[in-house]
Design a protein around this ligand. Structure first.
Ligand SMILES: Nc1ncnc2c1ncn2[C@@H]1O[C@H](COP(=O)(O)OP(=O)(O)O)[C@@H](O)[C@H]1O
Ligand SMILES: [Mg+2]
Length: 349
């Protein structure tokens, strides 16, 4: 029996989605092979051993969801280390996707799902990710970046630099967040200044990008050294862009799986770029890589990589594999195997 710690919840804005992802994974695990030990991290960052039944928690308005973690008994890191053989980390956003918890499991000498410390940290940071992709010769949109300190020292110079480098509209983003939090589309000088000030509330590093008028295509990736790709999906938000509201409350965002009317040569180009992007950030386990496709020019730009994408039964990532004939439970199994594979390779060096 493999004692599988399922690590979910967490301090980020994606706490609730993480619980849904974990409940789906718990329901899919082969109980003859895995003893599942659900460990919930509450919104204050406290770790708790969840003993309540997670079965059937499939929507955000399930009344059991908010109580699941806070009503559970605390668990110490020491006990976690003693009682699990593998950590299936399914936390989204800061303190989950950003290398911090990966570092903790490295310290505990435990194998875990998803990429390692550096890969997670780089992939979470929209500035570093783009630097690495540019170095790999991969297409990213035009952008500039600066810190809160730069802005405080000479804000006008930063605004000037943005306006000289990029045409409107631009997207202003905190470098290290998710769920579109703190992101604004700015169409003129006034909006830009407000957008920068908003983004600075969430992070000390800011990236400003040229707005791409294209289709949003997302690709699921699985593997360590030799990544494989699932189907290509498309998101079609009704809002101005795929903002927080469109992601979690609006029912108007259409998902198309697989994406329709993507020419074969573009599909091939996207798969190639996505695999190289995954390798460039030293991706391991799984990820969802998001791109823009501009139909008029045939251009494809990489937007971002999500190393712990949403994993509910209805999320984009598993749906993209399902479209290629890979069932949810097989996907979970593959991700665990890839985590062990990486761990064993490291120990055998
Ligand atoms: N450069 C851009 N051009 C056009 N749309 C963008 C651009 N950057 C972001 N967006 C829009 O904003 C959304 C959120 O941005 P993204 O970089 O994916 O941040 P997050 O990590 O919060 O998902 C995207 O899904 C897309 O709709
Ligand atoms: Mg995104």
């Amino acid at each position: 029996m493999i004692r599988l710690g399922l690590i979910f919840g967490g301090r980020s804005g994606e706490h609730e989605i993480s619980i849904l992802s974990a409940a789906s994974i718990a329901g899919a695990l082969d109980r003859s092979k895995y003893e599942v030990i659900p460990i919930g991290i509450d919104k204050n960052g406290k770790w708790r051993k969840v003993t309540a039944d997670m079965n059937g928690i499939t929507s955000l308005d399930n009344p059991r969801l908010p109580k699941l973690i806070p009503q559970s008994e605390p668990i110490s890191f020491d006990e976690v280390q003693r009682t699990i053989d593998f950590a299936f980390i399914i936390l989204h956003g800061p303190y989950g996707e950003d290398g911090t918890i990966q570092g903790l499991f490295e310290m505990m000498d435990k194998p875990y799902a998803g990429p390692g410390v550096v890969s997670s940290a780089v992939s979470m940071d929209k500035i570093f990710t783009k630097d690495i992709w540019i170095r790999a010769g991969l297409p990213v949109c035009k952008h500039v970046f600066f810190t809160a300190f730069d802005y405080k020292t000479d804000g006008e110079a930063q605004i000037d630099l943005i306006e000289k480098s990029l045409p409107y509209p631009v997207f202003v983003k905190p470098a290290n967040l998710g769920s579109s939090v703190g992101i604004t589309k700015a169409a003129n000088h006034g909006e830009l200044v407000l957008a920068v000030e908003k983004a600075l509330k969430y992070d000390r590093r800011i990236i400003v990008e040229e707005g791409i008028d294209g289709r949003e295509l997302e690709v699921a990736v699985l593997g360590n050294e030799v990544p494989e790709t699932g189907a290509i999906g498309e998101i079609m938000p009704e809002n101005e862009f795929y903002d927080y509201e469109a992601k979690y409350s609006s029912s108007d965002t259409k998902l198309s799986i697989p994406a329709e009317n993507v020419p074969a040569d573009i599909e091939e180009k996207i798969y190639d770029i996505v695999k190289r992007a995954y390798r460039a950030v030293d991706g391991e386990g799984f990820s969802r890589v998001d791109t823009f496709y501009v139909e008029e020019t045939g251009e494809v730009f990489l937007n971002e990589i999500n190393t712990l994408p949403g994993f509910t039964n209805f999320s984009m990532f598993p749906s993209l594999w399902k479209a290629k004939g890979v069932e949810y439970s097989d996907l979970v199994e593959r991700i665990i195997d890839l985590g062990f594979e990486r761990y064993n390779a490291k120990n055998n060096r």
